[in-house]
Structures are given as structure tokens and as C-alpha cells.
Design a binder for this molecule. Structure first.
Ligand code: NAD
Ligand code: TDX
Length: 354
């Protein structure tokens, strides 16, 4: 059993990292310090943790995971005992358009963090990864922790490479690590380039709903707050050197998920589901689009007693409600005002996201 006290969270202004930071500061009284190291790229939004901005336990540092001197200094200054590593370029479509930054951040950035950890063998390092490293399934079967790696997109390949490097550092240098490979997350504060928020926001603005290919690709959906809890279970109770798959046992085709979203937006806004459905457009498929992901999450259930709290219908209803009730957040994301906030507070040092 590990008892993290002073934690460094990378990418804690992104979608999942911020859910984890909120979870720590809300629910884990034993945690004394949370240092959030985030480069504040286009995907980041400090508003995601605004409710804790003045919490004495919380520090936000704008910086690059690749800056070894900075990471080493933060570890020293805050007596960090645990790093939870979320920071990444995370969007598959962007990786198809421009793979290099994915290698730079996800692969080289992770190795640089590992180099800092290598000099501090007492530290525990948790690496957050994705089910996409396993490639694509046919109609049957599930990804287990021993499924062969077969990444298909530049994003998935960069995450696969980072997983291998974490494991290799643990094996070669005896580092204390854990890893998790999770399915698709949904929930509040997700940047609206990903399927769920993109569709909700487009419906609210009566914009087209772009469905890639035939819409029959399958994803397994997990609420982001359940992911945060799963990571805490692994960080505190997971076996050293081991990987845990995390999923929601909620497989849906993209079309089925979109229908759920349409029905929910229609119900909550009192508009016609048929009218929203008419916004659907079948568009060109994503190149190399993986057909199906599905997770066998038996291990984390059996060994760590973790099961998700949210069922998909309830989680989607709450997520739609959040986007309806948080027009200010959406407005800032849409208008770019939050970028001005970053520039005013930190200066525009995010050259790589330009
Ligand atoms: P996100 O794109 O919302 O956030 C990524 C964060 O990392 C941003 O705040 C960004 O500013 C930061 N970042 C990027 N490059 C950085 C750098 N060089 N130094 C410091 N910070 C940097 O991503 P997300 O959806 O929250 O994903 C978080 C992690 O979870 C990623 O590692 C991703 O691969 C993994 N994951 C995501 C999903 C999903 O469904 N979104 C599922 C499984 C695993
Ligand atoms: O406009 C769209 N239309 C569409 O049909 C978008 C953005 C997506 N899609 C499809 C592609 C996928 O089959 O919806 C599915 C989900 O797409 P994304 O939200 O882009 O997620 P995905 O590609 O599955 O990857 C996500 O889950 C695994 C995250 O972005 C990754 O970071 C995570 O590792």
C-alpha cells in the first residue's frame, strides 16, 4: 500500500488530469501537496481546476515535461514522492495531420520524466495510457493486459512507445512504476474536438454532426471521474511494475452513442430529437480508423476491487447537463478567451501548439 503525500501531476489542466487533480483535492485528505505541471497547450484550460486555484495544497506550474531541470527542481522543492503522468498530445485526428509533436511529447517527454525519476529511486511513477495501443478488435473478444501491442495511429504508436519505455526503465533501473490502459473517457471539461463534447456543442449551435465512415466503429465508454478513482486505486494499491486495464463495460457504436446524445440533448432542451438527428452527416472516414475497442477490466476489479460508479445512460445525461449549465466555460473554449488568460498570466510560451 502506497500513501502518496506530495504529488506531481503532469497535464493536470487537461480533461482527465484535471479530473484527477479535483479528485485528489476533494477526496484525499492525506495528500498534502499537488503540483500540476502543464505546458498549457491548446488542450489545457486552467479553469478546469479553478475551484482549487487558491487552495494552499495546490500549485500550478506552466512548463514542459521535457524540461528535466524544471521537473527535478519541482521534485526537490516539494519533496515529491509520486508522479502521475497524464501530459500528452491526445487527439488521434491531430496525430494523423502532424505526428511529430506526438513523438516529441508522448515519447521523448516521457523519457525525460523517467530520467528525472531514475535519479530519485524512491519516487513512484504512474503512467496513464490508452487501450489504443492494442490496435483494433473484430466483432468478438476483449483487450486484456497481455494482448499484443499493435498500435495503428501515430497517437497510439507514440503511447505504445511510451508504455514500453516506462516498462523498460522499471526493468532495467529498478524504478517503482505502475501503468494503466483505459478506454474512451467522457464527462465535463473535455475539449470539444473529441466526439462527445463536439456533438453536444454542435447540436446546441445547430451545426452538422460529422459521423466518420459508417458510424459503426465501437468504443467502450468510461466516465472521467471513474477513471480518476481507478488511477488512485492503482497508484495506492497496484502491484509494482504491473499494468491494469480500465474500462466501463459500455461498448457502443458511434451511431448508438450519438443517438443517446441526441435524445438527451432533445429531452433537456425541449427540442425535437428528429430535428437534431437531421443535423447528422456521414463524412469521409478517419484514415486507418480502428473498428472496435473493448476492455477486459477483470484484473482491476478482482485485485483492486475497482468498479465504475457511473452507468453510461446516467453519465451521459449528467454530461449533457454539465455542458448546458456551463455556457461560460464553453464560451471561453470557443472564443479563445482562455488562451488570453494564459497569455496574460504566463506569457505565450506555448510555441509548439501554434
Ligand atoms: P488532453 O489533451 O485533454 O490534456 C493533455 C494535457 O497535457 C493538456 O493540459 C496539455 O497542456 C498537457 N501537455 C501537453 N504537452 C505537454 C508537455 N510537453 N508538458 C506538460 N504538459 C503538456 O488529454 P486527456 O484526454 O486528458 O488525456 C490525458 C492522458 O490520458 C493522456 O496521456 C492520454 O493518452 C490518456 N488517455 C486519454 C483517454 C481519453 O479518452 N481522452 C483515454 C485513455 C487514456
Ligand atoms: O467528429 C467526429 N466524428 C466521429 O465519427 C469525431 C471527433 C470522432 N468520430 C469517431 C471516431 C472514433 O471512432 O468517434 C470515435 C471517438 O473519437 P474520438 O473522440 O476522437 O476518440 P478516439 O479516437 O476513440 O480516441 C479517444 O479515446 C482513446 C481519445 O481521444 C484518446 O486520447 C484515448 O486514448
Amino acid at each position: 500500500m502506497r500513501a502518496p503525500k506530495n504529488m506531481l501531476v503532469t497535464g493536470g489542466c487537461g480533461f482527465i488530469g484535471s479530473a484527477f487533480v479535483r479528485f485528489l483535492l476533494r477526496a484525499q485528505g492525506s495528500v498534502a501537496r499537488v503540483v500540476n505541471l502543464d505546458l498549457l497547450t491548446y488542450a489545457a484550460n486552467p479553469d478546469n481546476v479553478a475551484e482549487y486555484a487558491t487552495d494552499p495544497r495546490y500549485v500550478l506550474v506552466q512548463g514542459d515535461i521535457g524540461d528535466q531541470a524544471l521537473v527535478a527542481r519541482l521534485c526537490e522543492e516539494h519533496a515529491i514522492d509520486t508522479i502521475v503522468h497524464f501530459a500528452a498530445e491526445s487527439h488521434v485526428d491531430r496525430s494523423i495531420l502532424g505526428p511529430l509533436v506526438f513523438v516529441e511529447t508522448n515519447v521523448v517527454g516521457t523519457v525525460k520524466l523517467l530520467e528525472v525519476v531514475r535519479a530519485r529511486p524512491g519516487l513512484h511513477f504512474h503512467h496513464v495510457s490508452t487501450d489504443e495501443v492494442y490496435g483494433s478488435l473484430g466483432p468478438e473478444g476483449l483487450f486484456t493486459e497481455t494482448t499484443r501491442y499493435q498500435p495503428n495511429s501515430p497517437y497510439a504508436a507514440s503511447k505504445a512507445a511510451s508504455d514500453h519505455l516506462v516498462r523498460a526503465y522499471a526493468h532495467t533501473y529498478g524504478l517503482s512504476v505502475t501503468l494503466s490502459n483505459c478506454s474512451n473517457n467522457y464527462g465535463p471539461y473535455q475539449f470539444p474536438e473529441k466526439l462527445v463534447p463536439l456533438m453536444i456543442l454542435n447540436m446546441l449551435e445547430q451545426k452538422p454532426l460529422p459521423v466518420y465512415g459508417d458510424g459503426l466503429n465501437v468504443r467502450d465508454w468510461l466516465h472521467v471521474d471513474d477513471h480518476a478513482e481507478a488511477i488512485w486505486a492503482i497508484v495506492t494499491r497496484g502491484a509494482r511494475g504491473e499494468t491494469y486495464n480500465v474500462g466501463g463495460r459500455s461498448e457502443r457504436t458511434n451511431l448508438d452513442l450519438l443517438r443517446m446524445l441526441i435524445d438527451e440533448v432533445a429531452r433537456q432542451t425541449g427540442t425535437s430529437a428528429d430535428g437534431l438527428g437531421a443535423l447528422m452527416r456521414f463524412v469521409a472516414d478517419r484514415p486507418g480508423h480502428d473498428r472496435r475497442y473493448a476492455i477486459d477490466c477483470d484484473r482491476i476489479e478482482r485485485e483492486l476491487g475497482f468498479t465504475p460508479r457511473h452507468d453510461l445512460a446516467g453519465g451521459i445525461a449528467a454530461t449533457v447537463r454539465w455542458y448546458l449549465e456551463n455556457g461560460g466555460w464553453i464560451e471561453r473554449v470557443r472564443s479563445g478567451a482562455y488562451r488570453q488568460w494564459i497569455e496574460a498570466n504566463y506569457g505565450d510560451r506555448d510555441a509548439r501548439a501554434a
